[in-house]
Design a protein around this ligand. Structure first.
Ligand code: GRF
Length: 218
């Protein structure tokens, strides 16, 4: 049966677009039933509307507390009987209650090879550290920021001419392959999270997840 997905965004929504395209191409057996943005000017809202997906603007500045905001989101997600919550550039820390509620059913994409560079400015930090490789990680969300079991990492080589912006663009391209792939696994019931460990087709994944090499196309 088709899974019901909600995507949470705050900005451009290029990862949302990649998921929309992958569903349209028949790569993901799912329907996006709701896109929630906490920012009125998020271009992702337009992307969703163009695709005919219901959108909801929930501005945290209008909520008295983080808990109230998260409860309002939870309410909408429950009304939509969502199977999977996809964080796609959602720039907001979620309360422990919200995270617990969607334990094993909420994914995030982070632009670094976790556990390296949690938080912001990941590309600059990779360049400054002289790393030979950088990339992105798709992981299940736990109460700690950018933590939680990693399903997949897409690797990007760092070259001597890479600036923060160039590296960001290279990683972003990989994100658009990596995220739909993991969402497809989840929606096909191939990916399972149990006791903070991940199983792909019943095989335990390594701690840093499935490795997507630079030249892999799918
Ligand atoms: C991506 O770089 C993602 O890794 C991070 O937020 C950014 C979202 O970009 N979590 P977009 O809005 O999907 O274009």
């Amino acid at each position: 049966m088709k899974k019901r997905i909600a995507v949470l965004i705050s900005g451009s929504g290029s990862n949302l677009q990649a998921v929309i395209d992958a569903i349209d191409a028949g790569m993901i057996n799912a329907e996006i039933v709701l896109v929630i943005s906490n920012k009125a000017d998020a271009y992702g809202i337009t992307r969703a509307q163009k695709a005919g997906i219901p959108t909801l603007l929930l501005q945290h500045t209008h909520s008295p507390s983080r808990t109230d905001f998260d409860l309002a989101m939870l309410d909408h997600l429950e009304q939509q009987r969502v199977d999977l919550v996809v964080l796609a550039g959602f720039m907001r820390i979620l309360s422990a209650e919200f995270v617990r509620h969607f334990c094993g059913r909420m994914l995030n994409i982070h632009p670094s090879l976790l556990p390296k560079y949690k938080g912001l400015h990941t590309h600059q930090r990779a360049i400054e550290a002289g790393d030979a490789e950088h990339g992105c990680s798709v992981h299940f969300v736990t109460a700690q920021l950018d933590d939680g079991p990693v399903a997949l990492q897409a690797i990007v080589p760092v070259t001597a001419t890479d600036t923060e912006q160039l590296l960001q663009q290279k990683v972003h391209k990989r994100e658009h392959i990596a995220y739909p792939k993991v969402i497809a696994w989840f929606c096909a019931d191939h990916l399972r999270c149990s006791d903070n460990k991940l199983y792909l087709n019943d095989e335990l994944l390594p701690a840093n997840g499935f490795k997507l090499a630079f030249d892999a196309q799918n």
